[in-house]
Design a protein around this ligand. Structure first.
Ligand code: GLN
Length: 313
């Protein structure tokens, strides 16, 4: 019912989610879980969950929507918001806002561009954001965890220290990115401190329900779950724009074409998405395509916007 049909009322989200789950279950080919972080490799690619949260915190879900998974790069949206709220536009002297067209962990552009990463959602850019949040708060990962707990209403959210340790033991590429940027003076904290914070940040386990709720401030134009303001309306728009253009790495063009929403993926298989002024979504399925985005997750969001007509376009 895309096109000129009326947008569904909230009550129609549940049947739409059920239909998507049925379709996804019948779709062969789920991709492969990330194996460069050994603790993620054991995930079953047939797992699938999806949640939609309304602006008032009402949540609808299907499948494994209450199952915690490794949030990974989905957290980059929240650290960006927390830093932007503190630092404002000065952040943009340290990280850009252009799509990279390169994989999320790529090193190649950094030397040409003098240690300034293309955007806050590739690993290099996220390291800069976490470094700046660490300088401002003294505890970037803890600040993030408290924020996610508050916005999701789930006080049990926590770090998964096995995942963090697994990444630390296999973190040469992120260490290389951080050291390289430090050589340009674009990292404040000692690199080992920054990497600990970054890997803890990525290790947070949360469910589709938790993340759909925690993303709500971006659909509410900067307003937190308790009604207080985190970001100006303009800053919320800016983050949504960067999600649309950079949130799924070198597949952002294809994601915008298929889904038509600001979104952010992680190699744990989660993707969050925002319908500004209306609702937020989170989908999880651990099988990834070669660009590191959940195969079933992108397919499910594609179906959601096609079936409901809810899109920014
Ligand atoms: N922790 C992962 C890394 O730094 C996050 C990457 C991702 O989710 N795309 O490699």
């Amino acid at each position: 019912m895309p096109g000129n049909s009326p947008q569904p009322s909230a009550l129609t989200f549940q049947p739409v989610l059920e239909r998507i789950a049925t379709e996804v279950a019948q779709t062969p080919g789920r991709g492969r879980p990330a194996d460069y972080i050994p603790a993620l490799a054991a995930c079953d690619p047939r797992r699938f969950g999806m949640a939609v949260a309304e602006l008032d915190g009402t949540v609808y879900g299907v499948g494994d929507w209450r199952q915690p998974f490794s949030t990974q790069s989905v957290t980059k949206v929240f650290t960006l918001a927390l830093d932007l709220a503190r630092e404002g536009d000065a952040l943009w002297e340290h990280v850009g806002r252009e799509p990279s067209g390169n994989p999320f962990n790529s090193l190649v552009q950094l030397e040409y561009e003098n240690g300034i990463p293309r955007n806050p959602f590739i690993n290099a850019g996220a390291l800069v954001v976490t470094d700046r949040l660490q300088t401002r708060t003294g505890d970037a990962a803890g600040t993030l965890l408290e924020f996610l707990r508050a916005e999701s209403g789930n006080a049990h959210l926590d770090f998964d220290r096995d995942i963090a340790a697994s990444e630390t033991a296999n973190g040469d590429r992120n260490a290389a990115l951080a050291h390289f940027m430090a050589s340009y003076g674009n990292i404040d904290n000692p690199v080992p401190v920054l990497l600990d914070q970054y890997f803890l940040q990525c290790s947070i386990a949360a469910s589709c329900a938790d993340l759909a709720l925690a993303t709500g401030f971006l659909a509410r134009h900067g307003i937190r779950a308790d009604g207080s303001r985190l970001l100006s309306r303009s800053q919320a728009k800016q983050i949504n724009a960067i999600m649309l253009t950079c949130g799924t790495y070198d597949a952002a063009g294809d994601f915008a074409y298929r889904v038509g929403l600001p979104g952010k993926s992680g190699v744990g298989g989660g993707i969050i998405a925002v319908v500004p002024g209306r609702c937020t979504l989170c989908v999880w399925s651990p099988g990834l395509d070669e660009r590191g985005n959940s195969v079933a997750g992108v397919a499910a969001l594609d179906r959601f916007t096609t079936l409901t007509g809810l899109s920014v376009f």
